[in-house]
Design a protein around this ligand. Sequence first.
Ligand SMILES: C[S@@+](CC[C@H](N)C(=O)[O-])C[C@H]1O[C@@H](n2cnc3c(N)ncnc32)[C@H](O)[C@@H]1O
Ligand SMILES: [Zn+2]
Length: 169
Amino acid sequence: MPGSNGNSPSHLYEIRSSAIQGRGVFARRRIHAGQLIIEYAGERISNAEADRRYDDEKMRRHHTFLFTLDKKTVVDGNSGGNDARLINHSCDPNCEAVIEDGKIWIYAKRNIQPAVELAYDYQYERTNDPEDAKFYVCRCGSPKCRGSIMKPARKRRKKTRKLHMPQRR
Ligand SMILES: C[S@@+](CC[C@H](N)C(=O)[O-])C[C@H]1O[C@@H](n2cnc3c(N)ncnc32)[C@H](O)[C@@H]1O
Ligand SMILES: [Zn+2]
């Protein structure tokens, strides 16, 4: 289904079955670090509407096409979206999602060789319930995999002695 939307530069990639999960997006040719690959397009909806569309309680594992744009807005790639919605998550990603002027763009983070799967770090917000972890298990297969498609848990700051602390301005 490459090129299903006008802003999908399908000469750069193709859609195939992925070892990570379901379908994925793979480089068709060499992509350079910093190169723009595609916009993450989709319908802009509220958090409440996103919750209505994707009921976590009814899913065995988390599977949505949502991208959080800001505190109020979520982009649903499954409605009016393009091939970007099929880009999987990796804990050691070769792509990154950048928000510019209210739009989401997927850029190459490093040089990507043909046939390599494109992935970015979803950085999903962590939930407060530890039981949810099984819902967000990561299968990216990277040696650096943190085991979850959620953001890394916040590290507790080490206690530091107040004396001799450098002053920050
Ligand atoms: C936007 S879809 C990506 C396309 C998906 N592979 C498909 O065929 O529909 C996002 C969903 O894919 C799955 N997914 C993506 N990356 C994953 C990963 N590294 N490990 C496990 N599941 C992943 C999760 O279920 C996630 O909610
Ligand atoms: Zn991972």
